[in-house]
Structures are given as structure tokens and as C-alpha cells.
Write a protein that binds this ligand. Sequence first.
Ligand SMILES: NC(=O)c1ccc[n+]([C@@H]2O[C@H](COP(=O)([O-])OP(=O)(O)OC[C@H]3O[C@@H](n4cnc5c(N)ncnc54)[C@H](OP(=O)(O)O)[C@@H]3O)[C@@H](O)[C@H]2O)c1
Length: 277
Amino acid sequence: MVYGDTVLVTGASSGVGKSIAQMLMENGYKVYGTTRKPVEPGSQITYGKKNKKGFIEMVALDVRSEDSVKKAVEYIVKKEGKIDVLINNAGIGIAGAVEDTATEEAYEQFDTNFFGVLRVCRSVIPIMRMSRNGLIINISSVAGLISIPFQSMYSASKYALEAISEALRIELKPFGINVVLVEPGDMKTGFTWNRKIVKAANNDSAYKEQFAKSLNTMIKDEMSGPPPDIVANTVMKLLRIKKPPVRVVVGIKYKIIVFLKRILPARFVEYVVSSIY
Ligand SMILES: NC(=O)c1ccc[n+]([C@@H]2O[C@H](COP(=O)([O-])OP(=O)(O)OC[C@H]3O[C@@H](n4cnc5c(N)ncnc54)[C@H](OP(=O)(O)O)[C@@H]3O)[C@@H](O)[C@H]2O)c1
């Protein structure tokens, strides 16, 4: 294990986080997974052979609450004395036209996907700095590289995550801590059904038809997407690399899309995105 065996995975009750936690446990890691739901403190699921025994222990944590983040991190550090790997995975999606999105709705999106990561990082980094070792994996999205209409607040929160991750990577290098972005495309998880629709996306909205079409496309693409194990596999690979890359796009289809976005004229990219959504 390049970074040690103690891992904190936010949002491990469902989808990507659950899959990552499971795979890490099966590979001998001590996984502290988080959920906002009430949990029985100290109850662990264990798995593994004699000398390679991992576990998952669920810990209550809401990334929107400074106090909750602090308590969860203190609990893990009290038990393990360290956190070697932090996987900032907890996230939500909010959909609706820019004009229909209230400031509070945009803030809720950022409070989870951006400020949530900031809160957890601020709690965990001092612990990693003390051991001069660590890996922070931020689960972003292809939507953090290509902005999606009617999911603009989600895209914006992931673009912001991309920005802090790039800077954080440079800031933490002298302390022996690595930061890497993981950018998946559409996947079949609870994300689709947990997505919030902005209040003003109703019958009075000027975007009613266009929004309905876009939302259907999002749902269809996610439901026909791969299971979240593809992200767990990527995370497992990153845990074995001493010098991880800045970002990893997950899946060959999305690697091609991101590459094309980089080389094609912006107007052409806009044409393709608007014809999909
Ligand atoms: N599914 C996709 O197509 C897709 C594509 C690209 C990127 N991603 C990213 O992958 C990550 C995981 O999403 P998913 O697809 O696995 O969705 P999911 O199945 O809905 O899981 C989301 C997880 O985040 C947790 N969560 C939500 N709000 C939270 C909060 N305020 N505090 C703490 N935890 C919170 C949930 O835990 P509780 O409800 O138990 O608290 C849950 O475990 C997200 O960052 C998402 O943006 C997803």
C-alpha cells in the first residue's frame, strides 16, 4: 500500500462511494465510509483473508455541516491515529435552467459539491501534513470539463472543484500529499433519482419543453451507463501509484470526448452539446 491503509470515503452509502468502499475493503483497507443517515457507532463490516483483512465502518457525516465533518474526522483519528487517503465523493445534482435557479438552490449545489469538499479537506489535511503522507481523490465529473445545459449549477460546482484541486495539488506537494481528480461520465447510480429539480422548472417556465427533453436525455444516459465499479477500479489503480496524474477521465468513450473538446473549436463543441441536450 503506497499511502497506508486508512481511508475516508464521503458518501459511501450509495453508488460510486459504496462501490469504492466495498472494493477497498476487499483489498484490505480500513474504510471509514460516511452517510447522513443515523449509524450505529463502531459497527463494522469485515471481509478478507487472514492477513489482508479490511473493513467498512460507516460514520455519520454531512458535508454541509462544519461540526459534523469535524466530529467524524476526530472520531477516525482517535481510532486510527491517521487518515492516509481521503476520497471526496459525496455529491448531488440540481437540474433546471440558469434563469429558473434560485440563489438558495445554486448555493445548495455548491454547499455539497464544492464547500463540502473544502470542509472535509480543511479537517483532514492537517492530519495528513503531520504524517507527511497522503492522497486526496476528488470525484469530479466530465461535467466539470464540459458544461451541460439545464445542469449548469452541477457543472459549475464541478468546474470549481477542478480549480481548487489543481491549486491544492501544488500547495500540498511539499508536504508529500498528492491530489488527483477523477472524472467519470454517466453511470447508473442513485444520483439520477436523488437529483433535485429547481422549483421554477414548472409549467410557467419559458424553458419547459427544452428542459423536459434535456432531463430525459440525462436520465436515459445515466440509466444506460455502466455501474459505478468502473470508478472503484480507477481508484484502486491510483492507490498503487506514487506520482498520480492531475486527472483521470473514466472510460474510453469519455476520454475521447474530453480529448475532442480540447482540440475542436468551441463553437463546434457547443453545437454537439446543444444537439444532445
Ligand atoms: N452517477 C453519475 O452519472 C455520476 C457521473 C459523474 C460524477 N458523479 C459523481 O459521483 C459522486 C457520487 O455520486 P453517485 O453517482 O454515487 O450518487 P448517489 O448514488 O446519489 O450517491 C451520493 C452519495 O453522496 C452522499 N451525500 C449527498 N449529500 C451529502 C451531504 N450533504 N453530506 C454527506 N454525504 C452526502 C449520499 O449519502 P447519504 O444520502 O447517505 O448521506 C450518497 O452516499 C458525486 O460527486 C457525483 O457528482 C456521478
